[in-house]
Design a protein around this ligand. Sequence first.
Ligand code: ADP
Ligand code: MG
Length: 217
Amino acid sequence: MDPANNMLSIQNLCIYKNESLLFTLDTSLLAGEILTIMGPSGSGKSTLLSWLSGMLYPAFTAEGKLLLGGQDISQTPSHLRQIALLFQDPLLFNHLTVAGNIEFGMQASKSNSKKERISKALASVNLSGMEMRAPKSLSGGQQARVALLRVLLNEPRVILLDEPFSKLDSQLRQATRELVFEQIRQRGLTAILVTHDQSDADAAAGKVINLSNTRSA
Ligand code: ADP
Ligand code: MG
């Protein structure tokens, strides 16, 4: 894959909350790169992710442009942006099996090839044969991996991570983080990680932006 294809550029972004400036941001990242966003509570980290995904709350207004692979998607509706969100809660549907959760939202295709893709994906995160299990019967780390696959098999170009590892204990956190970052790099996705944890930022090994320092810009 051409790494310029999923290049994400945030150009001259100013986010206002009820008409007063919350933060500014101007940056770009290449496919496989993970940008870390830090900053105190209330500095606008989640608001930034809402803007990126095209779902800004009405209290906010934005100026600036968002380009993906050189194309301006600032006005593109959320569902057409190919930008996915991964949260700290796995948010799995308990009335569906593991396979049902992963299949949710996957592009329509022959059910045979879907099945095959799901079982391959499960194997790639050490969950071989777990298709028919109930999400509740899995450990926290296993649920986190299913949530990751559900996002990845939707084939996003960008993945937004809002404190995705904060509910996992430290050993599991490290292992899950490595796996998520490896999948991002392998697939040539662009990623933005919101975290309070310096070790997450270190593992992401990319640019770190502190939103609390951007207001004066
Ligand atoms: P962070 O994720 O960095 O903690 P947020 O982006 O959630 O910060 O919030 C930024 C500011 O906007 C805070 O002052 C917060 O109280 C406010 N805020 C968050 N969500 C909304 C909303 N839906 N409507 C109005 N104000 C909001
Ligand atoms: Mg937040």
